[in-house]
Design a protein around this ligand. Structure first.
Ligand SMILES: CC(C)(COP(=O)(O)OP(=O)(O)OC[C@H]1O[C@@H](n2cnc3c(N)ncnc32)[C@H](O)[C@@H]1OP(=O)(O)O)[C@@H](O)C(=O)NCCC(=O)NCCS
Length: 181
């Protein structure tokens, strides 16, 4: 597969997808911190850190079994991040075939088909790297995200009832996955 892929989003803007480099650390943090009530907590756990820690994380990440994908707009700004990490850090042979996905786009770049393209890229990458299952967790209130993954062929695996606390409310989280034949 092509490592660097470009396409036009629904507004006709060119978006480029490529694996992240250590120099992307600042841009990634900026994109993740862009205001969003439903921001992906999966990614935030990993990337709520400072630029130095982020640079180190990217340079140490093994590229043969993990994918950190960035979406870049025409002005060279990072507008989206997809992280696909081997389950249990690849330490358990029983789960080494599973790739866990987290995805976040800046608010102005949602609903334009970019998330779907990032998922297509990831699925192709996962197949090339002999993964057998894609998996993610989504709040049941996050309809757009659920739609994105369902459209990509993900099916419900289980629901963790009231798993997530947002202020005084508790919402369910659903684990969804796609088996790669
Ligand atoms: C969830 C997210 C990654 C989706 O990416 P996106 O680029 O906005 O999604 P797409 O434009 O590719 O749309 C994919 C599908 O989602 C659905 N969708 C899009 N916009 C929607 C909206 N406003 N409401 C409900 N469903 C919507 C549609 O079914 C769409 O497919 P279609 O346009 O072909 O009908 C993005 O909105 C985002 O970053 N959200 C905040 C972080 C997050 O929730 N991450 C996911 C948890 S890991």
């Amino acid at each position: 597969m092509e490592e660097i892929q470009s396409f036009l989003n629904r507004k006709g803007e060119e978006i480029t997808l490529r694996p992240a480099e250590p120099d992307d650390a600042e841009g990634i943090i900026k994109a993740l911190k862009s205001a969003a009530p439903e921001r992906s907590y999966v990614l935030m756990e990993q990337f709520g850190k400072d630029i130095k820690a982020e640079r180190e994380y990217i340079s140490k990440l093994s590229r043969s079994n993990n994918l950190l994908l960035v979406g870049i707009a025409g002005d060279n700004r990072i507008i989206g991040i997809l992280e696909a990490i081997q389950s249990d850090g690849g330490q358990r042979p029983e789960t080494a075939h599973v790739l866990n996905i987290g995805l976040h786009l800046m608010v102005d770049f949602r609903g334009l088909g970019i998330g779907s393209r990032m998922m297509q890229y990831t699925e192709e990458w996962a197949r090339e790297h002999q993964f057998r299952e894609l998996e993610t967790s989504v709040f049941t209130t996050n309809k757009r995200s659920l739609n994105l993954f369902r459209k990509a062929g993900f099916l419900n695996e289980c629901t963790k009832v009231k798993r997530i606390r947002i202020g005084n409310e508790f919402v369910d989280e659903v684990v969804i996955g796609k088996w790669l034949d």
